[in-house]
Design a binder for this molecule. Structure first.
Ligand SMILES: NC(=O)c1ccc[n+]([C@@H]2O[C@H](COP(=O)([O-])OP(=O)(O)OC[C@H]3O[C@@H](n4cnc5c(N)ncnc54)[C@H](O)[C@@H]3O)[C@@H](O)[C@H]2O)c1
Ligand SMILES: O=C(O)C[C@H](O)C(=O)O
Length: 318
């Protein structure tokens, strides 16, 4: 199934290189093409990874794109180009700088890999997914943002830490945008099938929810020079693998809504069925009034960023 598949990765920094490494170790595709402005860094990492793939007898080869035109006929392209935040910054502070980079690289992707499925990673994630959608002109099913798998995994890890058991058996659920007002859903979270509310107190659940919302900043605070990359990269690799293998499994992903949950023309994180055609189906789960209100606030935050781009005539001339 994965034979002959080609994955492009734009941005060979911490996240991009780790996505590439993860895919190469899985043997998820035949070729990975790394593109970064820092050509020598990309070259060095591609060589290093191809040698690691060889060590584990993986058929994946990792190459470098001299420019965007080498990113031709990719099945999936992962976009991690852009600045990460530093301590004291919010993801939204990256809006204008990363929107410019996203615009430029997406135009290249649309030109050279017109049939690709784009997985956005750069922050602020939901707004960058919106930019990628508009700049590519692709159907919304082919422009998908990575955040929900990461945020849910973080929530699961924090639940495990609180409980002291259940690792690998925890299914946590997070919807909404990838910002401080994301929507962790304890009601849809379980430990080996047992509702979270049966094993943690309300107070403990609230602590998990708050820590999940600030999970990215917690790591930025420790690293100081950038943001998380192991869990983000693995989450993106899971999406790539699901698409290449046409698994039809459901993962929380950021997509442009078109009436789902009562919203349109705004990107938010929702459960999505991933397959060979990208986001093949959006699942609408039942939210109670409190959850609906949180989802509404989260969509409003993403909408504000889109409005800022429009106010700055970012999409003008298209
Ligand atoms: N969605 C998420 O959950 C999530 C998680 C982690 C990081 N991120 C975001 O991903 C982005 C990358 O993070 P990182 O830690 O890998 O940063 P990084 O600085 O390590 O890597 C970014 C890379 O992009 C490259 N780049 C910049 N402009 C480019 C261009 N026009 N063409 C090609 N390459 C270009 C840089 O040279 C650099 O190597 C950041 O915006 C970060 O906030 C998102
Ligand atoms: O926190 C960040 O800025 C990076 C990423 O969005 C994350 O959640 O780890």
């Amino acid at each position: 199934m994965s034979q002959g598949k080609r994955v492009g990765i734009v941005g060979a920094g911490n996240v991009g290189a780790t996505v590439a490494y993860s895919l190469a170790m899985l043997g998820a595709c035949h070729e990975i093409i790394l593109r970064d402005n820092k050509m020598d860094v990309a070259r060095g990492k591609a060589l290093d990874m191809s040698q690691a793939a060889s060590a584990v007898r993986s058929h994946t080869v990792v190459k470098v794109a001299e420019d965007m035109s080498d990113l031709v006929n990719c099945d999936v392209v992962v976009i991690t180009a852009g600045s990460p935040r530093l301590p004291g910054m919010s993801r939204d502070d990256l809006l204008m700088i990363n929107a410019k980079i996203t615009k430029e690289v997406i135009q290249g992707v649309a030109k050279y890999s017109p049939n690709a499925i784009i997985i956005m990673v750069s922050n602020p994630l939901d707004a960058m997914t919106y930019v990628a959608l508009k700049e590519s002109g692709f159907d919304r099913s082919r422009v998908i943002g990575m955040a929900g798998i990461l945020d849910s995994s973080r929530m699961a890890a924090f639940i495990q830490e609180k409980l002291g058991y259940g690792g690998g058996q925890i299914r946590a659920s997070v919807m909404g945008g990838h910002g401080d007002d994301m929507v962790p859903l304890p009601r849809y979270s379980t430990v080996a099938g047992v509702p979270l509310t049966d094993v943690l107190s309300d107070e403990q659940i609230e602590e998990v929810v708050t820590r999940t919302r600030h999970g990215g900043a917690e790591i930025v605070g420790h690293l100081k020079t950038g943001s998380a990359y192991y869990a983000p990269a693995k989450s993106a690799a899971i999406m790539v693998d699901a698409i290449l293998k046409d698994t039809k499994q459901i993962h929380p992903c950021a997509v442009c809504l078109d009436g789902e949950y009562g919203y349109s023309d705004v990107v938010s994180g929702v459960p999505v069925m991933l397959g060979a055609n990208g986001a093949e189906k959006i699942i609408e789960v039942t939210l109670n009034d409190t959850e609906k209100e949180m989802f509404k606030n989260s969509c409003a935050s993403v909408q504000e960023l889109i409005d800022t781009l429009n106010t700055n005539n970012f999409f003008e001339g298209e």
